[in-house]
Design a protein around this ligand. Structure first.
Ligand code: 5GP
Ligand code: ZN
Length: 129
């Protein structure tokens, strides 16, 4: 199957992995909206919310709780949004849950892309290790 996230799971293309167990893998988004933007995916290919089973969904949610804490502790973010796209707005057709940290920025909160504020994911990865 020509699926980019299956290729990451199989090790065919690299990713900055921040969590892994038997069912689930989490890695930093290649084109982050905010610093620490993380994707949690099932190791088995499910397309979307209709396709995925509840057991795997629960496993992903459990990992989201762990990673929320990790991102707060290591990056000092001030809030985290969880997002999961389906259909037209889903670019990669392998189920994934976005974790998007946000940060207080003096008078405003970073919720949309400010390119000057986004670090190289490799630098963020070092902080999460
Ligand atoms: P979607 O719109 O499907 O919810 O979001 C897909 C996300 O996957 C995007 O944020 C995009 O930057 C990310 N992405 C796409 N290809 C790759 C890849 O090869 N590696 C990583 N780490 N992220 C990817
Ligand atoms: Zn896949």
């Amino acid at each position: 199957m020509d699926c980019i996230f299956c290729k990451i799971i199989n090790g065919d293309i690299p990713a900055l992995k921040v969590y892994e167990d038997d069912l689930v893998l989490a890695f930093l988004d290649i084109n982050p909206d905010t610093n620490g933007h993380t994707l949690i995916i099932p190791k088995k290919h499910f397309t979307d919310l209709d396709d995925i089973d509840l057991n795997t969904l629960t496993a992903i949610n459990e990992v989201s709780k762990k990673l929320k804490k990790l991102l707060e502790e290591k990056l000092g973010c001030d809030g985290i949004s969880l997002l999961q796209n389906n259909g037209l707005v889903q670019e990669v057709k392998h189920y994934h849950l976005h974790l998007k940290p946000c940060y207080k920025d003096k008078n405003s909160i970073e919720t949309i892309k400010h390119h000057e504020l986004i670090s190289d994911p490799k630098e963020i990865y070092k902080k999460l290790k």
